[in-house]
Ligand binder design. Structure first.
Ligand code: FES
Length: 143
């Protein structure tokens, strides 16, 4: 059973052109969503270096979300496709490490006109991370 007092910390790398705009619209419209996501605005999901994800986890994030433009809509043509490839690679590395990190890592597509979708993505991910509990990474790596 999930710890009722646990409130996750999620680092969200959001593409400036799509998901960040959706998050902004959701805020302006006062849509209710968990306060767990710490937003890092990037110009494209393809800008998210795998080291950013690892650093977020090592610095205490319970979950990491990357969100950008839908395939075919990236302002830099293939940035989101690169993000998708890197996500698959990182997920397989996380699986090999058996630290339960892949469940805590998510890639999603949210366009600028999809504020309600952004809220749904955040709520669902927040619920999943809350159910998983605090990240064990720092304990596992003896940091
Ligand atoms: Fe949005 Fe590339 S510009 S994902």
């Amino acid at each position: 059973m999930a710890d009722q007092t646990f409130s996750p910390t999620i680092v969200g790398f959001l593409c400036n052109w799509c998901t960040y705009a959706a998050a902004d619209s959701a805020g302006v419209a006062r849509m209710k969503m968990p306060p767990s996501v710490m937003v890092v605005r990037v110009m494209c999901s393809g800008r998210v270096d795998p080291l950013f994800v690892l650093t977020a986890f090592l610095r205490g994030a319970d979950g990491v979300l990357i969100s950008g433009c839908w395939p075919g809509q990236c302002h830099y043509k293939t940035g989101n496709l690169q993000a998708r490839r890197r996500t698959a690679l990182l997920t397989s590395i996380f699986d090999a490490l058996e630290l339960g990190m892949s469940e805590r890592f998510r890639l999603s597509w949210v366009s600028s006109s999809e504020a309600p979708r952004f809220v749904r993505v955040v709520k669902a991910f927040d619920r999943e991370i809350t159910d998983l509990g605090p990240s064990p990474i720092q304990d596992e790596l003896f940091l």
